[in-house]
Design a protein around this ligand. Structure first.
Ligand SMILES: NC(=O)c1ccc[n+]([C@@H]2O[C@H](COP(=O)([O-])OP(=O)(O)OC[C@H]3O[C@@H](n4cnc5c(N)ncnc54)[C@H](O)[C@@H]3O)[C@@H](O)[C@H]2O)c1
Length: 352
């Protein structure tokens, strides 16, 4: 990726799961002049940021004026990955979601609207905000031009789609070179259960389905399958997402949106079974009803546009990706357990 040699790059939310992997890939594949990370460590640990003298870490929210004032018109690329993680935390505290998910995007775009040096800003959108609701089987691949419902499942989804609206607006009105990358379900090394601060519900600890299943499976615990495991998702390995983000920065057309997806639909039951097999967990899964807020039942993303326009397609199969994530989890178990245990009292209080 020589195109990133000698460039100055801002990664907002760079201490997080995807952000820290993106920085690793940038450092492995190129020689940037400087990578500036802005992160308030709301859902991340500082240890996640790779160690390099080329990285400048600014701790704080990108929505704060004193932080924005440190962002000058000398960046080649910006990746905006900050979010209020995730759906359930946002349902618990929509105002905190607004402060860290919606307003962050608006303030950042407004701050850079007259920048002249910037080549591209890549915004991380979410497939859940766009996919058709209540599809119980026979999902069709969601394409980039799918219509968007007014009925969103969570403040998180609202914020993610509003971020897309602002990306399009600031491109049209101010020629900000925004490119939207619409993620499917990302998994992989570097997603630390319990990372960051308590966000009101046990979802602070358990974050997403894949790291939760891997952690519990390694402990030979029972995996709980909501909606009896019948829901499906499009799982994409984090290194593939990061390659896709770089492709958006280099080849994406300003104002455009690209799905970053594997194009493969996998049921939650299949995911659980694969993880249990890889970790040799003999414990039978428990079937649970659907989460009442979640109407995103079966879905996966279309790969056509990203393949055609960005020459992007995934390289890591689900099995390979899960194996790598299991190995990483084993190697980092003590650190993960430390992050989970930070919230033990709050979880007990919540459940009582
Ligand atoms: N992981 C997925 O499956 C997935 C799916 C769809 C979309 N996305 C999007 O990808 C992006 C990265 O997600 P992730 O999985 O790495 O989540 P993450 O929680 O690990 O990373 C988000 C980062 O943003 C930081 N942050 C929160 N508020 C901030 C603020 N006000 N200012 C600066 N930093 C702030 C957090 O501390 C964290 O480091 C997010 O925008 C998310 O919405 C992720």
């Amino acid at each position: 990726m020589q195109q990133f040699n000698d460039t100055k790059i801002l990664v907002v939310g760079g201490a997080g799961f995807v952000g820290s992997n993106l920085i690793k890939l940038l450092l492995e594949s190129s020689n940037p002049k400087q990578i500036v990370v802005v992160d308030n460590l709301l859902s991340a640990e500082i240890d996640n940021i790779p160690n390099s003298e080329n990285i400048l870490f600014i701790k704080g929210s990108i929505a704060e004026e004193n932080i924005l004032q440190k962002i000058n018109d000398d960046f080649d690329y910006i990746f905006h990955l900050a979010t209020y993680h995730g759906n359930q935390s946002s349902i618990h505290d929509p105002i905190a979601d607004h402060a860290n998910n919606t307003i962050t995007t608006l303030k950042l775009l407004n701050h850079i609207k007259e920048f002249t040096y910037l080549k591209k800003i890549v915004y991380s959108g979410a497939g859940c905000a766009v996919a058709a609701k209540d599809v119980t089987n026979g999902a069709q691949a969601t394409s980039e031009d799918a219509s968007i419902s007014l009925e969103m499942d969570s403040p998180y989804s609202i914020s993610k789609i509003v971020g897309e609206f602002y990306s399009v607006y600031f491109h049209k009105q101010h020629s900000v070179p925004t490119v939207r990358a619409r993620f499917q379900n990302v998994y992989g090394p570097g997603e630390v259960l319990g990372a960051g601060q308590w966000r009101g519900t046990p979802a602070t600890v358990w974050r997403n389905v894949t790291p939760t299943f891997i952690f519990k499976s390694l402990k030979q615990e029972c995996l709980t399958l909501e909606n009896e495991g019948k829901s499906s998702r499009d799982f994409i390995f984090v290194k593939d997402i990061c390659r896709g983000l770089l492709a958006c920065a280099l080849k994406g057309s300003p104002g455009e949106v690209y799905n970053l997806s594997s194009g493969t639909e996998t049921s939650i039951a299949e995911l659980a079974q694969t993880i249990n097999t890889l970790t040799e967990n003999p414990t039978t899964c428990e079937l649970k009803p659907r989460r009442d807020w979640d109407h995103s039942i079966c879905r996966y993303g279309s790969t056509e546009k990203a393949q055609r326009d960005l020459d992007f397609k995934t390289e890591v199969s689900l099995k390979q990706g899960l194996q790598a994530t299991i190995e990483w989890t084993k190697e980092n178990l003590l650190f993960i357990e430390k992050c989970i245990s930070k919230h033990a009292d709050k979880v007990t209080e919540y459940n009582s």
